[in-house]
Design a protein around this ligand. Structure first.
Ligand code: GAR
Length: 206
């Protein structure tokens, strides 16, 4: 195997960070081929930041409210992320849309995980919207972030059944269990094998 340095991941979170934790656990194995070099958030006092602290990974918080405009926030976020020289930026439950400046710097190497099977149910309420619609199968999607809301080219998807007695929390927890596995598998492959984004088609392996 070629002697390659681990891919540098910056992970952005807004909440409990179970997807982040799955990545941190995977990165503990050198064979995984990636390392979380920083964790950023748009808010304080979240379990995602505590998880990074416990793993001795540097953290930063860049809140929209600290800036006079959304564009300034976006530029500041891009600067904070850029300081860690990431190969790949992973949005793992990050509840903000990144903007033009961020995408100018990290477009094509920023992925987001969404708790629905795109193109169904974009936005903040994927599990609730799937339940309300009455679908029998939903899931999670990992995609390359573009300027839209959960519209980017799809890297991986996993299907999850909807059970008759599901409420939103039960369904979201089942999705998250599958989502973590998909995220870890796919980010690891992106790190080790490379990937090509060709319009809407993403191929793993250089
Ligand atoms: C995940 O299910 C992720 O897909 C979702 O938030 C959850 C975060 O869980 N993200 C979105 O809905 C973004 N639109 P976690 O904090 O435990 O990783």
């Amino acid at each position: 195997m070629p002697d390659r340095r681990p891919a540098r991941l910056v992970v952005l979170v807004s909440g409990s960070g179970t997807n982040l934790q799955a990545l941190l656990d995977a990165c503990a194995d050198p064979a995984y081929g990636a390392s979380v070099v920083a964790v950023g958030a748009d808010r304080d006092d979240i379990e995602g930041l505590a998880r990074a602290d416990r793993a001795s990974v540097p953290t930063f918080v860049t809140k929209v409210g600290q800036f006079t405009s959304r564009d300034h926030w976006d530029r500041a976020l891009a600067d904070r992320v850029g300081a860690f020289e990431p190969d790949l930026v992973v949005l793992a439950g990050f509840m903000k849309l990144v903007g033009e400046d961020f995408l100018a710097r990290f477009g094509g190497r920023t992925v987001n995980t969404h708790p629905a099977l795109s193109p169904s149910f974009p936005g903040m309420h994927g599990p609730a919207d799937a339940l309300a619609y009455g679908v029998k199968v939903t899931g999670a999607t990992l995609f390359v972030v573009d300027a839209g809301v959960d519209t980017g080219a799809i890297v991986a998807q996993v299907a999850v059944p909807v059970e008759d007695d599901d409420d939103v929390d039960a369904l979201h927890e089942r999705i998250k269990a599958a989502e973590r596995v998909m995220l870890v598998d796919t980010v690891g492959r992106m790190a080790r094998e490379g990937y090509v984004v060709d319009g809407r088609r993403v191929r793993l392996g250089g």
